[in-house]
Design a protein. Structure first.
Length: 379
């Protein structure tokens, strides 16, 4: 039948298609664009192995399209490319360094509703919780809905239902893709000098129960005391005779006269299990060293850590960080880690960050020295 269509009919059909299209200048009116462009260069020097370079580039583009005063559509695209080179032209994941193009990291599209203190997102959405990845390039995300409601200026409550979750930087043994239905509830509060949040989670046939509590206390200007607690129990389907695993972290921070200082202590109990879903989860990513910054899902481990920074001028900050992790399991794999770094704000949108990190493990063949340079443009 297609062969029988006349040239005139084809032209008419093309005209109808063009006529229904929207002029680009009209289509972009009112559309908000945010995101960032980031270039990172790493040099890794692992113990008893070849050193190698890694180039990591990220582009995150978030388009917010208004439909009405209450409803908008949001599209988020995140692209990441990694290029590895070493003496053997093989990166640590076994991929030739000549393979320089990677696929899209995530592609989200969801509807957003906001009115009178109620906020809802629905579709393929970012999943920002206390236990999912907060990496701005590779956040936790999935399909489902999250709703929050501001009861008053001091209290917001919310709930979430996620059909499937992708959570990069998996450190759970569950895998980075969790197909189980996940339910969550949250309360966020702020009263005078105390603020914080409480979360509860359940994942069908995976996590029987998991809750987290985070608190900030600011007794005086420039001083903040922070605390985290998490307790979780896996489903019997995953771990027979599963026990409730717990973790806590407490720290004190000082910021005044161009000096910022932090000292803290984090600890896990002796039971196996899960209290968060990613190395980049806020509840666990609290240690200020560059690479080994989360012990929340470890067994019988503690970390004492500190950081000292100084603002050389309005644009430049230098800092040092240290942690000693004490592994009380049979592996006895203690860690001493040191990080020295500097940040420079070229302007409001462009910044540079460089650090050198030394990780010394008690166990053999695990040490690594890392240098990283970053240029990041935010818009």
């Amino acid at each position: 039948m297609l062969k029988k269509l006349s040239l005139a009919a084809l032209v008419a059909m093309g005209s109808m298609s063009v006529a229904s299209a929207t002029d680009l200048s009209q289509a972009i009116q009112g559309v908000d664009l945010s995101g960032f462009l980031r270039i990172r260069y790493y040099n890794e020097s692992p113990e008893n192995d070849n050193s190698y370079n890694r180039w990591r580039t990220n582009a995150v583009l978030i388009f917010k399209v208004p439909v009405s005063d209450e409803i908008s559509l949001v599209m988020r695209n995140s692209v990441e490319t990694n290029v590895y080179t070493d003496d053997d032209t093989i990166n640590p994941n076994g991929t030739s360094s000549s393979n320089v193009d990677d696929s899209i990291v995530n592609n989200l599209l969801f509807a957003k509703y906001s009115k009178d203190g109620l906020n809802v997102i629905l579709g393929k959405i970012p999943v920002a919780t206390s236990v999912t990845s907060a990496d701005p390039a590779k956040p936790g995300h999935g399909a489902g809905a999250i709703a929050t409601y501001a009861v008053n200026e001091n209290l917001t409550v919310g709930a979430a239902y996620i059909d499937a979750l992708v959570n990069p930087q998996d450190n759970t043994g569950l895998g980075s893709k969790i197909p189980n239905a996940i339910y969550a509830a949250v309360a966020v509060f702020n009263a005078d000098m105390v603020s914080g949040n409480v979360w509860y989670y359940h994942a069908t046939n995976a996590i029987k129960s998991l809750y987290t509590v985070s608190l900030d206390v600011k007794p005086i200007d420039g001083v903040k005391v922070h605390g985290d607690y998490a307790a979780g129990k896996l489903s019997e389907n995953l771990l027979a005779n599963a026990k409730t695993k717990s973790y806590f972290n407490v720290s004190a921070a000082f910021n005044a006269s161009g000096i910022d200082a932090l000292v803290g202590y984090a600890k896990t109990d002796k039971d196996a299990g899960v209290v968060e879903l990613s190395d980049d989860a806020p509840i666990g990513a609290v240690i200020p060293t560059a690479n080994n910054y989360n012990i929340a899902n470890e067994t019988d481990m503690s970390s004492i850590y500190c950081k000292l920074g100084y603002n050389v001028d309005a644009k430049t900050n230098v800092y040092v960080a240290y942690q000693h992790a004490n592994d009380k399991t049979a592996a006895n794999d203690d860690l001493d880690e040191y990080t020295v770094g500097a940040k420079y704000k070229y302007n409001k949108k462009l910044g540079f960050h460089a650090y050198y990190d030394v990780s010394n493990f008690k166990a053999a063949n695990e040490d690594n020295n890392e240098f990283r340079f970053e240029a990041k443009y935010k818009f």
